[in-house]
Design a protein around this ligand. Structure first.
Ligand code: NCD
Ligand code: ZN
Length: 376
């Protein structure tokens, strides 16, 4: 049977000795040792400021073309002018050969003015605004105490086409820490989605089956980012052989069934789900102490971690959509035109990186990663 004899090629009928075409496709997946994809973007990233920028910006710039930069500095990035100044500081830390483009965000407070939203939109460097419920996570003290107070701002965002990025956890101390995302969806998110039908919303770093299901069944302009660590780890990792502060982040890691639900969403091909590392560096001493900070650092090997997860799920062919297409399409910006290659090749992750005066302990410190970015 050949394709040039005028007959349509029917792959179903194709037999190779004792193999059917299905067997061959499986074999092909098993030996896929190198992939090339459109250069990805990171749609949720913490870069910090000052000396810290030197370490972390280079890591992200080595793998990602663009990143949504979170505004939770101290003091937070609450105006377009502050975002412009912060962007300049980031750019001055980008390695000279890199074209890494930081996409800025505004930090919403109870007092954000709708005019600030219009300024942000007109700046062309601010792509979104972030809603941190006050007290929900690192540097969220100036966040919003009651979203009901932000009506004019949310309406301005809907009108201007500026997406709302949400840290989706309630802060009510009566709510179990593992249920805070689910309760946020019930108490707040459903209402926001209904009240502002034209507002684009990203539920950031989703961690539960409830969030995955909510987003999958919501209207098209409601999406979600998924981190590498929530795809790799379940909550057992926080207590593996003792308390593991470098696995503590917010929203906190959840049960295995939730990790499975996130994985299903990530590899589903559904364009509502896209890559956002939430890579969140903290100096070693501020994590390895009483009341240590929340945040997992993954930017040193982010794409490799996602490749590992997609590979283990037999879904490497879905990595490009999740990492490089869906986020750009959601934000309405062009997809990148460059490409990046990854190889199945074990390498040892450093035990730490220099971080200002101190050290930064990355995910997998001192252990091996299964994939390596080889060329970009
Ligand atoms: C983030 C940080 O350190 O800035 N921490 C975290 O655990 N994810 C803040 C955040 O995104 O919640
Ligand atoms: Zn974050």
């Amino acid at each position: 049977m050949s394709a040039d004899n005028g007959e349509a090629l029917n792959l179903e009928d194709w037999q190779f000795g004792s193999f059917s075409i299905d067997d061959l496709q499986l074999l092909d997946k098993d030996i896929m040792d190198r992939i090339t994809i459109t250069t990805p973007d990171d749609w949720h990233l913490h870069l910090r400021d000052g000396e810290a920028l030197r370490t972390v910006v280079a890591h992200s710039a080595a793998q990602f073309a663009r990143a949504i930069v979170m505004p939770n500095l101290t003091p937070p990035v609450i105006t377009t002018a502050l975002a412009q100044a912060y962007r300049k500081r980031i750019l001055s830390a980008v390695p000279s050969q890199s074209l890494f483009d930081p996409l800025m965000t505004l930090y919403l407070t109870d007092n954000t003015d709708p005019d600030e939203i219009r300024r942000a939109k007109n700046s062309n460097i601010v792509l979104a605004a972030k809603y941190y419920p006050a007290g929900a996570t690192t540097n969220s003290d100036s966040g919003v105490t009651d979203i009901g107070r932000c009506h004019a701002v949310l309406q301005a965002m809907a009108d201007e086409g500026l997406p709302l990025l949400i840290h989706g956890e309630v802060t009510d101390p009566a709510i179990d820490v593992f249920d805070r995302e689910k309760v946020f969806i019930e108490r707040e998110l459903i209402g926001i989605v209904e009240r502002y039908p034209t507002l684009s919303i990203v539920l950031e770093h989703i961690t539960t089956s409830h969030a995955a299901q909510f987003v999958a069944s919501a209207r098209p302009n409601v999406g979600a980012t998924i981190t590498a660590h929530h795809l790799l780890l379940n909550r057992n990792a926080i207590f593996q052989g003792g308390v593991r502060p470098h696995h503590y982040c917010l929203p906190v890691l959840k049960r295995e069934e939730h990790r499975q639900a996130l994985l299903k969403a990530a590899i589903s091909g559904d364009p509502k789900f896209f890559l956002g590392t939430d890579s969140a560096p903290h100096e070693r001493g501020t994590k390895e102490c009483d009341g240590g900070c929340a945040g997992v650092y993954t930017a040193h090997a982010a794409l490799e971690f996602y490749a590992e997860v997609f590979d283990a799920a037999g879904a490497l062919d879905r990595l490009e959509g999740f990492a490089s297409h869906h986020g750009a399409d959601f934000y309405g910006v062009p997809r990148n035109t460059t490409r990046i290659a990854l190889e199945r090749s074990e390498w040892r992750v450093p035990g730490s990186f220099p971080y200002g005066e101190g050290q930064l302990v990355p995910l997998r410190a001192g252990a091996t990663a299964a994939w390596k970015v080889v060329a970009s």
